[in-house]
Ligand binder design. Sequence first.
Ligand code: 3PY
Ligand code: MG
Length: 252
Amino acid sequence: MKQNPLPELWKQDRTAYTCWLSIPGSWSAEVMAHAGFDAVVVDLQHGLAGNDAMLAMLQAIGTTAAAPIVRVPWNEPSAVMRALDAGAYGIICPMVNTRAQCEALVAACRFPPEGSRSFGPTRSLVSIGPDYLSRSRSFALAFAMIETAEALANLDAIAGVPGLDGLFIGPWDLSLALGIQRAGNLADPAMVEACDRILAAARKHGLVAGIYADSAAQGRPLAARGFRLVNVATDTMLLQRGAEAELAQARA
Ligand code: 3PY
Ligand code: MG
């Protein structure tokens, strides 16, 4: 019987490291998952995969111990339910700006009476197990992305939504929203302050704080600050950086 490894890691106050998949296809997903990340995120918002590729990528991640997570394209119940039905262990939802939007996200992740998820976990009943319904709570982690000024203004109300599992910072959108000179700059004092506020709100409400970084150098200090779901790699960037580095060395 499958278990979601993430809640156990967080009980031990350990950081789950993730990688982000923007390349559609099962092969690169399988390679990335085999690297040993705690969770692998299929990005349906800015990544290039659609629903068909998502299924194959979740199957590929399922050949490893990594928890498969999906970042849905938007806060749409159908997108959330589809990803959970296809075997995702959790949802990262972009642009959650109000308490009502966060309530809608959580409701889409939970079967009645807690929520309004429609029953039809076609693959989850196979890939997770026939008892999926009774264990679905730990396989439907709900993370609300905090990445706008509106979300920051509503931070406490969003974090207080019952059933939410975590807040997840999108530093690129958040830095644009805050008018920070260099987009994505996690070291900008205004970003440091915003991230600390989000971290504090997560702690206050017993939530996991997560954040997107695209390297270990960026991600390690974030884990030290208390983030417990930290992205440290993306497939596209690794491919690009690796290819450029090899070519540069060959031509040197
Ligand atoms: C952001 O930084 O805005 C993200 O959504 C990360 O992908
Ligand atoms: Mg974003």
